[in-house]
Design a protein around this ligand. Structure first.
Ligand code: C5P
Length: 234
């Protein structure tokens, strides 16, 4: 069935697997992880945090003592990535619990560097497609709507002003939303936004059929409610 035909029915993915997908894309520290996990929980859907896969490739390079800038090593690490997601939420890599280590800012930066390679992305896309399981999936990342699940039933582009995102990150670290440390976080966030939106392979951008949700003035609960309302209307 052609996508234009499927589109005319509104439920685009019904023509494909029949398993609904909600994509939530957006910049770093936009809150998409928290929102996506809660929406998934409310609907009883599976949840895919695609950024974790890019972070795991970075982690694997660290474990193997490889240079993160080495494209061949990054591609090989992505193609042979075998993470274990334990039911208790822990993430294991080569028998090591890396759940906390992959959250480090340095690993995030490294992840965004190796995410520019198309062969890395292709290898990880295979793993991401496997996450589409009944009764449904909520997937968060940068290219969930544009590349990985273009037939998703609902596409959200979640964002917030860089200063607001930096303030949320600062609070997580127990820092005030002013001063030098805070300014450094703002600069880091702006640098990662730029890197993610300027790369040629699957850049971060709002798809024409994605709904824009700016959370600068919204609480997490209000954001989750908005997504659930849109899903019911979809
Ligand atoms: O979302 P998170 O900060 O965990 O992602 C880490 C990095 O991985 C991002 O900065 C981005 O460069 C990359 N990424 C990506 N595509 C995705 C998810 C993450 O390129 N779908």
């Amino acid at each position: 069935m052609s996508s234009s035909h499927a589109h005319s029915h509104g439920h685009k993915d019904a023509a494909h697997h029949g398993i609904p997908v909600i994509t939530i894309d957006g910049p770093t520290a936009s809150g998409k992880g928290t929102v996506a996990a809660r929406v998934a929980q409310r609907l009883g859907f599976h949840y895919l945090d695609s950024g974790v896969l890019y972070r795991l490739v970075a982690m694997k390079l660290v474990q193997e003592g490889e240079d993160g800038a080495n494209e061949d090593a990054a591609v090989r690490a992505a193609q042979t990535l075998e993470p274990e997601f334990l039911p208790d939420g822990r993430i294991m890599l080569s028998g090591e619990d890396v759940s906390a280590a992959i959250r480090a800012d340095g690993i995030g930066l490294q992840a965004s560097r190796l995410a520019v390679h198309p062969a890395v992305r292709e290898a990880l896309n295979v793993l991401q497609h496997r996450a589409r399981k009944a009764p449904g999936l909520v997937a968060d990342g940068r290219d969930m709507a544009s590349v990985v699940f273009p037939q998703a039933r609902l596409k959200i582009f979640l964002t917030a002003a860089a200063e607001v995102r930096a303030c949320r990150r600062a609070k997580q670290l127990g820092l005030p939303c002013e001063g030098l440390e805070y300014q450094r976080i703002v600069a880091d966030i702006q640098a990662r936004d730029l890197a993610d939106s300027r790369r040629t392979s699957a850049p971060l951008r709002q798809e024409p059929d994605a709904k824009l949700l700016d959370t600068s003035d919204l609480s997490i609960d209000e954001t989750v409610k908005k997504v659930l309302d849109w899903y019911r209307e979809s």
